[in-house]
Design a protein around this ligand. Structure first.
Ligand SMILES: [Zn+2]
Ligand SMILES: [Zn+2]
Ligand SMILES: [Zn+2]
Length: 249
C-alpha cells in the first residue's frame, strides 16, 4: 500500500534528484501492507496516506487492523476507518501491543475517550492487546514479533511463510527463532546513512543474510534511494519495494 518513510517520497519542499524524479518507482506513500486470503482482509497500520491508498487500490473492506506501533506515519490515517464502519456497518478490531494502544488512547482521545462527538463522526474501533501467540484471522495465521525500534519494542508480523518488519533497528534473538523458513521477508531499509531507530541498507542486508528468506523486499525507504541505481547493486534475492506491489502465494 506504501513503501516510504515517515515523510513519504517525494518529501515536501525537497529538490533532490529522487524527490524530483519522474520514475513512479521513486514515489512512495507512507508504509503499509494489506494481507488477503479467502475474503478476509488485514490492514497493517493506518498510514497517513490511507485514504489515497484505499482509493488507488480499490479497497472496499477491512476486517482487521494490526498496528506495528504508534508513530504518526503508521497511525494518522486512523480516521479513514470511519468509511469502512459506515459502509460495512461494523466496528473494526484493531490489535497492537500495550504501549501502542496506550499511545493511541492518549493521542486520539476523541476516539477512545468520552464521546464528545455524536452522529457517526468517530471511528468505531475495538482495541485488542496483542499476546504472544499465533492468531487466526479468517484463514490467515498471524504471529506477532517483537522488534526493536530505537528504545521501543514494536511489532512485526509473520503471516504463514511471510514476515513484515518495519521501523526496525534490531531483531531480538527470540524473534529470530520465529523467522525461520520464510519464503518472503519484507524488511525496512531507510537509506544509506546510520540512523538511531531504523536499519540502513547495509544493516538490512546483513539481517536478510542471517534470516535467509527465499526473497527479501526492502521497504520504509527515504529519498536517498533511487530505485534504478540502488536495485542494480542488490543481491539476487533482495529487491526494493514499490508502491502497489502485489505478491501471491
Ligand atoms: Zn515509520
Ligand atoms: Zn529529496
Ligand atoms: Zn516509527
Amino acid at each position: 500500500m506504501g513503501t516510504g518513510t515517515s515523510t513519504g517520497v517525494p518529501s515536501l519542499c525537497c529538490t533532490c534528484e529522487v524527490c524530483q524524479s519522474e520514475d513512479m518507482r521513486n514515489k512512495r506513500l507512507r508504509s503499509s501492507i494489506l494481507v488477503r486470503k479467502n475474503g478476509h482482509t488485514i490492514l497493517v497500520d493506518t498510514s497517513t496516506d490511507l485514504r489515497q491508498q484505499c482509493l488507488r487500490y480499490d479497497i472496499k473492506n477491512i476486517d482487521t487492523v494490526l498496528y506495528t506501533h504508534h508513530h504518526a506515519d503508521h497511525v494518522h490515517g486512523i480516521d479513514e476507518l470511519r468509511s469502512f464502519n459506515f459502509f460495512n456497518k461494523t466496528a473494526i478490531p484493531c490489535y497492537g501491543n500495550q504501549n501502542t494502544l496506550d499511545n493511541l488512547r492518549k493521542n486520539f482521545g476523541y476516539i477512545f475517550g468520552k464521546a464528545e462527538q455524536i452522529g457517526g463522526g468517530i471511528p468505531q474501533i475495538i482495541p485488542h492487546t496483542l499476546e504472544d501467540k499465533t492468531y487466526q484471522f479468517g484463514d490467515i495465521s498471524v504471529t506477532p514479533l517483537d522488534i526493536q525500534h530505537g528504545n521501543l519494542i514494536i511489532n512485526g508480523f509473520r503471516f504463514h511463510d511471510c514476515a513484515y518488519i518495519t521501523d526496525c533497528s534490531g531483531i531480538p534473538n527470540h524473534t529470530m527463532e520465529k523467522l525461520k523458513g520464510l519464503k518472503l521477508l519484507v524488511l525496512n531499509a531507510l537509506g544509506f546513512k546510520d540512523h538511531a531507530t531504523h536499519f540502513n541498507l547495509s544493516q538490512a542486508l546483513e539481517a536478510a543474510e542471517i534470516i535467509k528468506a527465499e526473497r527479501t523486499i526492502l521497504t520504509h525507504i527515504n529519498h536517498q534511494f533511487d530505485f534504478e541505481k540502488v536495485s542494480k547493486d542488490l543481491p539476487d534475492d533482495v529487491e526494493l519495494a514499490i508502491d502497489g506491489m502485489r505478491i501471491k502465494f
